[in-house]
Design a protein around this ligand. Structure first.
Ligand SMILES: Cc1ncc(C[n+]2csc(CCOP(=O)(O)OP(=O)(O)O)c2C)c(N)n1
Length: 272
Protein backbone atom coordinates (compact mmCIF):
# COMPACT_ATOMS: atom_id res chain seq x y z
CA UNK A 1 0.00 0.00 0.00
CA UNK A 2 1.42 3.38 -0.94
CA UNK A 3 2.27 5.93 1.74
CA UNK A 4 -0.30 8.31 0.33
CA UNK A 5 -3.15 5.83 0.78
CA UNK A 6 -2.06 5.09 4.34
CA UNK A 7 -1.83 8.80 5.09
CA UNK A 8 -5.30 9.45 3.74
CA UNK A 9 -6.72 6.58 5.77
CA UNK A 10 -5.14 8.17 8.83
CA UNK A 11 -6.65 11.53 7.92
CA UNK A 12 -10.06 9.84 7.70
CA UNK A 13 -9.56 8.24 11.11
CA UNK A 14 -8.60 11.64 12.57
CA UNK A 15 -11.66 13.24 11.01
CA UNK A 16 -13.87 10.57 12.58
CA UNK A 17 -12.20 11.16 15.91
CA UNK A 18 -12.57 14.96 15.71
CA UNK A 19 -16.22 14.64 14.72
CA UNK A 20 -16.92 12.34 17.64
CA UNK A 21 -15.17 14.70 20.04
CA UNK A 22 -17.01 17.73 18.65
CA UNK A 23 -20.41 16.10 19.01
CA UNK A 24 -19.72 14.74 22.46
CA UNK A 25 -18.78 18.21 23.70
CA UNK A 26 -21.81 19.79 22.04
CA UNK A 27 -24.18 17.09 23.31
CA UNK A 28 -26.00 17.06 19.97
CA UNK A 29 -25.46 16.84 16.22
CA UNK A 30 -25.45 14.39 13.33
CA UNK A 31 -22.99 11.60 13.98
CA UNK A 32 -23.91 8.72 11.65
CA UNK A 33 -23.68 10.51 8.31
CA UNK A 34 -20.57 12.41 9.37
CA UNK A 35 -18.67 9.21 10.23
CA UNK A 36 -19.87 7.63 6.99
CA UNK A 37 -18.43 10.37 4.81
CA UNK A 38 -15.00 10.67 6.48
CA UNK A 39 -13.14 8.71 3.77
CA UNK A 40 -14.69 10.77 1.00
CA UNK A 41 -13.82 14.06 2.74
CA UNK A 42 -10.25 12.87 3.33
CA UNK A 43 -9.89 11.99 -0.38
CA UNK A 44 -11.50 15.20 -1.64
CA UNK A 45 -9.63 17.69 0.53
CA UNK A 46 -6.37 15.89 1.33
CA UNK A 47 -6.03 13.63 -1.71
CA UNK A 48 -5.63 16.38 -4.32
CA UNK A 49 -9.15 16.11 -5.74
CA UNK A 50 -10.56 19.52 -4.82
CA UNK A 51 -8.34 22.55 -5.42
CA UNK A 52 -8.74 24.40 -2.15
CA UNK A 53 -6.05 27.02 -1.53
CA UNK A 54 -7.71 28.51 1.52
CA UNK A 55 -4.97 31.09 2.02
CA UNK A 56 -6.63 34.35 1.09
CA UNK A 57 -4.62 35.47 -1.95
CA UNK A 58 -5.61 32.41 -3.99
CA UNK A 59 -9.08 31.91 -2.63
CA UNK A 60 -10.84 33.12 -5.80
CA UNK A 61 -9.26 30.24 -7.68
CA UNK A 62 -10.74 27.57 -5.39
CA UNK A 63 -13.06 24.85 -6.58
CA UNK A 64 -16.40 25.52 -4.98
CA UNK A 65 -17.61 23.05 -2.37
CA UNK A 66 -21.20 22.83 -1.21
CA UNK A 67 -22.45 20.48 1.47
CA UNK A 68 -26.07 20.21 0.43
CA UNK A 69 -26.99 17.72 3.15
CA UNK A 70 -25.96 20.39 5.63
CA UNK A 71 -26.76 18.33 8.73
CA UNK A 72 -23.51 16.34 8.35
CA UNK A 73 -21.51 19.57 8.77
CA UNK A 74 -19.40 18.16 11.66
CA UNK A 75 -17.34 16.25 9.10
CA UNK A 76 -16.90 19.45 7.05
CA UNK A 77 -15.93 21.45 10.15
CA UNK A 78 -13.42 18.75 11.18
CA UNK A 79 -11.97 18.90 7.66
CA UNK A 80 -11.67 22.69 7.66
CA UNK A 81 -10.05 22.52 11.07
CA UNK A 82 -7.47 19.93 9.93
CA UNK A 83 -6.75 22.14 6.89
CA UNK A 84 -5.90 24.91 9.35
CA UNK A 85 -8.89 27.03 8.47
CA UNK A 86 -9.71 27.99 12.04
CA UNK A 87 -6.12 28.54 13.20
CA UNK A 88 -5.74 28.24 16.96
CA UNK A 89 -9.32 29.23 17.60
CA UNK A 90 -11.14 26.19 18.85
CA UNK A 91 -14.82 26.90 18.28
CA UNK A 92 -17.53 24.86 19.90
CA UNK A 93 -20.20 23.15 17.83
CA UNK A 94 -23.81 24.30 18.21
CA UNK A 95 -23.23 27.09 20.72
CA UNK A 96 -24.90 30.47 20.27
CA UNK A 97 -22.53 32.80 18.42
CA UNK A 98 -20.10 30.03 17.45
CA UNK A 99 -19.12 29.77 13.77
CA UNK A 100 -19.85 26.05 13.99
CA UNK A 101 -23.60 26.28 13.69
CA UNK A 102 -25.73 23.12 13.70
CA UNK A 103 -26.08 23.58 9.94
CA UNK A 104 -23.41 25.37 7.86
CA UNK A 105 -23.78 29.14 7.70
CA UNK A 106 -22.04 31.25 5.06
CA UNK A 107 -22.39 34.25 7.36
CA UNK A 108 -20.22 32.53 9.95
CA UNK A 109 -17.61 30.71 7.81
CA UNK A 110 -16.04 31.97 4.59
CA UNK A 111 -15.55 28.44 3.23
CA UNK A 112 -19.28 27.82 3.37
CA UNK A 113 -20.40 28.90 -0.11
CA UNK A 114 -24.06 28.90 0.83
CA UNK A 115 -25.96 28.06 3.97
CA UNK A 116 -27.60 24.65 3.85
CA UNK A 117 -29.88 22.52 5.98
CA UNK A 118 -33.18 22.55 4.13
CA UNK A 119 -32.67 19.50 1.94
CA UNK A 120 -32.80 20.11 -1.81
CA UNK A 121 -31.50 23.66 -1.53
CA UNK A 122 -27.72 23.33 -1.79
CA UNK A 123 -27.94 21.21 -4.95
CA UNK A 124 -29.81 24.05 -6.69
CA UNK A 125 -27.22 26.61 -5.61
CA UNK A 126 -24.46 24.28 -6.83
CA UNK A 127 -26.07 24.17 -10.27
CA UNK A 128 -26.35 27.96 -10.29
CA UNK A 129 -22.72 28.39 -9.29
CA UNK A 130 -21.53 25.92 -11.94
CA UNK A 131 -23.56 27.78 -14.58
CA UNK A 132 -22.17 31.13 -13.43
CA UNK A 133 -18.57 29.83 -13.61
CA UNK A 134 -19.21 28.52 -17.14
CA UNK A 135 -20.71 31.82 -18.25
CA UNK A 136 -17.64 33.61 -16.91
CA UNK A 137 -15.43 31.06 -18.73
CA UNK A 138 -13.76 30.09 -15.48
CA UNK A 139 -12.05 26.74 -14.99
CA UNK A 140 -13.08 26.01 -11.43
CA UNK A 141 -15.31 23.05 -10.64
CA UNK A 142 -18.24 22.83 -8.26
CA UNK A 143 -18.28 19.82 -5.94
CA UNK A 144 -21.54 19.18 -4.15
CA UNK A 145 -22.11 16.51 -1.51
CA UNK A 146 -25.70 15.39 -1.44
CA UNK A 147 -27.48 12.52 0.31
CA UNK A 148 -29.93 9.83 -0.68
CA UNK A 149 -32.56 11.27 1.67
CA UNK A 150 -32.18 14.53 -0.22
CA UNK A 151 -33.30 12.75 -3.39
CA UNK A 152 -36.75 12.48 -1.88
CA UNK A 153 -37.09 16.26 -2.43
CA UNK A 154 -38.64 17.46 -5.69
CA UNK A 155 -36.33 20.47 -5.94
CA UNK A 156 -33.33 18.13 -6.08
CA UNK A 157 -34.67 16.72 -9.35
CA UNK A 158 -35.23 20.20 -10.80
CA UNK A 159 -31.58 20.95 -10.09
CA UNK A 160 -30.48 17.67 -11.71
CA UNK A 161 -32.51 18.37 -14.88
CA UNK A 162 -31.21 21.93 -15.16
CA UNK A 163 -27.58 20.83 -14.83
CA UNK A 164 -28.05 18.40 -17.72
CA UNK A 165 -29.82 20.99 -19.84
CA UNK A 166 -26.88 23.38 -19.47
CA UNK A 167 -24.32 20.54 -19.91
CA UNK A 168 -22.51 21.56 -16.75
CA UNK A 169 -19.44 19.35 -16.94
CA UNK A 170 -17.81 21.51 -14.27
CA UNK A 171 -20.34 20.15 -11.77
CA UNK A 172 -19.72 17.04 -9.66
CA UNK A 173 -22.31 15.65 -7.29
CA UNK A 174 -21.17 13.16 -4.67
CA UNK A 175 -24.05 11.11 -3.38
CA UNK A 176 -23.76 9.67 0.12
CA UNK A 177 -25.63 6.44 -0.62
CA UNK A 178 -25.95 4.93 2.83
CA UNK A 179 -29.56 3.81 2.21
CA UNK A 180 -30.68 5.38 5.49
CA UNK A 181 -32.22 8.62 6.55
CA UNK A 182 -33.76 10.17 9.66
CA UNK A 183 -36.45 7.55 10.31
CA UNK A 184 -35.19 4.36 8.71
CA UNK A 185 -34.32 3.18 5.24
CA UNK A 186 -34.68 5.60 2.33
CA UNK A 187 -36.83 3.11 0.43
CA UNK A 188 -39.29 2.89 3.33
CA UNK A 189 -39.83 6.64 3.14
CA UNK A 190 -40.01 6.98 -0.65
CA UNK A 191 -38.98 4.66 -3.44
CA UNK A 192 -35.85 6.16 -4.99
CA UNK A 193 -35.63 3.55 -7.73
CA UNK A 194 -32.37 3.12 -9.57
CA UNK A 195 -30.63 6.44 -8.95
CA UNK A 196 -27.83 5.76 -11.45
CA UNK A 197 -30.37 5.08 -14.19
CA UNK A 198 -32.45 8.13 -13.29
CA UNK A 199 -29.42 10.41 -13.53
CA UNK A 200 -28.23 8.81 -16.78
CA UNK A 201 -31.67 9.17 -18.30
CA UNK A 202 -31.59 12.89 -17.50
CA UNK A 203 -28.18 13.35 -19.14
CA UNK A 204 -25.54 12.86 -16.46
CA UNK A 205 -22.39 10.73 -16.44
CA UNK A 206 -22.55 8.36 -13.50
CA UNK A 207 -19.64 6.83 -11.58
CA UNK A 208 -19.81 4.48 -8.62
CA UNK A 209 -17.37 3.80 -5.81
CA UNK A 210 -17.22 2.07 -2.50
CA UNK A 211 -17.08 5.06 -0.16
CA UNK A 212 -14.55 3.47 2.20
CA UNK A 213 -11.85 2.00 -0.03
CA UNK A 214 -9.36 4.80 -0.50
CA UNK A 215 -7.62 3.64 -3.71
CA UNK A 216 -11.01 3.10 -5.36
CA UNK A 217 -12.26 6.52 -4.26
CA UNK A 218 -9.17 8.28 -5.63
CA UNK A 219 -9.30 6.34 -8.88
CA UNK A 220 -12.95 7.21 -9.38
CA UNK A 221 -12.44 10.93 -8.83
CA UNK A 222 -9.46 10.96 -11.20
CA UNK A 223 -11.71 9.48 -13.90
CA UNK A 224 -14.46 11.96 -13.06
CA UNK A 225 -12.11 14.90 -13.52
CA UNK A 226 -11.13 13.65 -16.98
CA UNK A 227 -14.73 13.26 -18.23
CA UNK A 228 -16.21 16.11 -20.28
CA UNK A 229 -19.50 17.23 -21.75
CA UNK A 230 -22.01 16.34 -19.03
CA UNK A 231 -22.53 16.92 -15.32
CA UNK A 232 -21.14 14.10 -13.22
CA UNK A 233 -22.46 12.05 -10.36
CA UNK A 234 -20.35 9.89 -8.07
CA UNK A 235 -22.46 7.43 -6.14
CA UNK A 236 -20.47 6.61 -3.03
CA UNK A 237 -21.77 3.47 -1.39
CA UNK A 238 -21.24 4.23 2.28
CA UNK A 239 -22.07 2.79 5.67
CA UNK A 240 -23.68 5.22 8.04
CA UNK A 241 -21.53 5.39 11.17
CA UNK A 242 -18.52 3.72 9.53
CA UNK A 243 -15.65 3.17 11.95
CA UNK A 244 -17.68 2.94 15.16
CA UNK A 245 -19.18 -0.55 15.38
CA UNK A 246 -22.37 0.20 17.29
CA UNK A 247 -23.23 3.21 15.12
CA UNK A 248 -22.79 1.39 11.80
CA UNK A 249 -26.04 1.02 9.87
CA UNK A 250 -28.19 2.16 12.81
CA UNK A 251 -30.43 5.00 11.67
CA UNK A 252 -31.05 6.04 15.28
CA UNK A 253 -27.60 7.63 15.19
CA UNK A 254 -28.58 9.82 12.24
CA UNK A 255 -29.04 12.83 14.46
CA UNK A 256 -27.65 12.17 17.89
CA UNK A 257 -24.40 12.66 19.72
CA UNK A 258 -22.56 10.06 21.81
CA UNK A 259 -23.18 9.95 25.54
CA UNK A 260 -20.16 9.48 27.81
CA UNK A 261 -20.07 5.70 27.58
CA UNK A 262 -20.53 5.74 23.80
CA UNK A 263 -17.90 8.43 23.42
CA UNK A 264 -15.31 6.38 25.34
CA UNK A 265 -16.10 3.23 23.35
CA UNK A 266 -15.96 5.11 20.05
CA UNK A 267 -12.64 6.78 20.78
CA UNK A 268 -11.13 3.43 21.78
CA UNK A 269 -12.29 1.85 18.52
CA UNK A 270 -11.06 4.77 16.44
CA UNK A 271 -7.59 4.57 18.02
CA UNK A 272 -7.08 0.92 16.95
C1 LIG B 1 -36.65 20.20 3.27
C2 LIG B 1 -36.30 19.38 4.49
N1 LIG B 1 -37.18 18.44 4.91
C3 LIG B 1 -36.88 17.72 6.03
C4 LIG B 1 -35.72 17.94 6.71
C5 LIG B 1 -35.43 17.15 7.98
N2 LIG B 1 -34.36 16.20 7.78
C6 LIG B 1 -33.12 16.48 8.21
S1 LIG B 1 -32.03 15.28 7.83
C7 LIG B 1 -33.24 14.33 7.12
C8 LIG B 1 -32.91 12.99 6.53
C9 LIG B 1 -32.10 13.16 5.32
O1 LIG B 1 -31.64 11.95 4.82
P1 LIG B 1 -30.09 11.68 4.64
O2 LIG B 1 -29.45 12.98 4.36
O3 LIG B 1 -29.96 10.61 3.65
O4 LIG B 1 -29.69 11.22 6.07
P2 LIG B 1 -28.29 10.62 6.60
O5 LIG B 1 -27.80 9.66 5.58
O6 LIG B 1 -27.35 11.76 6.83
O7 LIG B 1 -28.66 9.98 7.88
C10 LIG B 1 -34.45 14.96 7.18
C11 LIG B 1 -35.71 14.41 6.64
C12 LIG B 1 -34.83 18.93 6.21
N3 LIG B 1 -33.65 19.19 6.79
N4 LIG B 1 -35.15 19.62 5.09
Amino acid sequence: MSIKIKQLENVARNLRHDTTEMLYRAGSGHWGGSLGMADIFAALFFGGIIYYPWKKNQWNRRDRFILSCGHICPIFYATLDRLGFFGDKKAILRKLGSPLQGHPSHIHIEAVETSTGPLGQGVGVAVGKALALKMQKKKQRVFCVTSDGEHEEGSTWEAISSAAKFKLDNLIFILDRNHLQIGGSTEEVANLGNLAERYRFLGWDVFQTNGHIMPEILDTFRKVKRANGRPKLVIAETTMGKGVSFVENDYRYHGRAPNEEEYKKAVTELRK
